[in-house]
Design a protein around this ligand. Structure first.
Ligand code: ZN
Length: 246
């Protein structure tokens, strides 16, 4: 089973198309798992929802998905994010909003894997970056591996031996990790809005046949995605940040 693992697509159809093309270029993929934030920030929420649903995505809800369909209010969003949420809510059809409302906070797409947007202790909001947070997350993780998003950073977190803290490592394009006994938290990075200074779209391939996971970066037409954001009347910073990966 060869799965494209994605997160934080954020209504960026250009980035999503490039990632799915790249993922299927060497061999066909058998599925797509997504750690949430399908919508928000970008200009094409409907197209992204349709493309993912057509390919049978298994996804959890992220904070932007929850806010755009009215399951969460925007009080805790920064002003730019809240503006984008309100714009997104107006674009969604009744069926698209209903789809987002129906998404779970936690999913188990395979017996070995749990997916959540933030952390298992705080699915909607927590940015999983520190060993102490990873330890709390591992305490709730019932599968060998879990997939998280929300930080828009490509990370590998390995559980420590008894008493030792988990090890958090940033992953680069083409890096690969063998799946073994040690429990893991995997972050594929941001498809539609990378934040590590590299504007290329990020994603991960999970291959249980090869017992390995690999991280990838893909060039895409960020200028076209940025132009659509400006044309939609969304805050110009949301367009500019795509070009610098921040
Ligand atoms: Zn996000």
């Amino acid at each position: 089973m060869r799965i494209a693992v994605i997160s934080d697509v954020h209504s960026n159809m250009e980035a999503l198309s490039a990632v799915l093309r790249h993922a299927g270029s060497r061999a066909p993929i058998d599925g797509i798992w997504c750690a949430g934030d399908i919508v928000g920030y970008g200009a094409e929420p409907g197209a992204v929802i349709a493309a993912l649903r057509a390919r049978g995505v298994v996804t959890v809800a992220g904070n932007h998905d929850l806010a755009a369909c009215g399951r969460m209010d925007t009080a805790e969003f920064n002003p730019l994010a809240a503006t984008a949420v309100e714009w997104t809510a107006k674009q969604l059809s009744g069926a698209e909003a209903a789809y987002l409302r129906g998404l779970p906070l936690v999913a188990t797409p395979a017996p070995q894997v749990t997916i959540v947007h933030g952390t298992l202790q705080h699915p909607e909001w927590e940015y999983l970056l520190e060993p102490a947070q990873a330890r709390d997350h591992f305490a709730l993780q019932e599968t060998p591996y879990s997939i998280v998003g929300h930080t828009h950073l490509q990370l590998l977190i390995e559980e420590g031996d008894a008493g030792a803290p988990p090890a958090v490592r940033a992953m680069a394009d083409g890096e690969r990790h063998e799946l073994g006994e040690r429990r893991l938290i995997l972050n594929p990075g941001g498809v539609g809005q990378p934040r590590d200074g590299d504007p290329r779209a990020g994603y991960m391939l999970y291959d249980d046949g090869a017992a390995a996971v690999s991280w990838h970066r893909v060039e895409y037409d960020a200028a076209a995605a940025a132009a659509k954001i400006e044309l939609a009347g969304l805050p110009p910073f949301l367009a500019r940040r795509l070009l610098i990966g921040r």
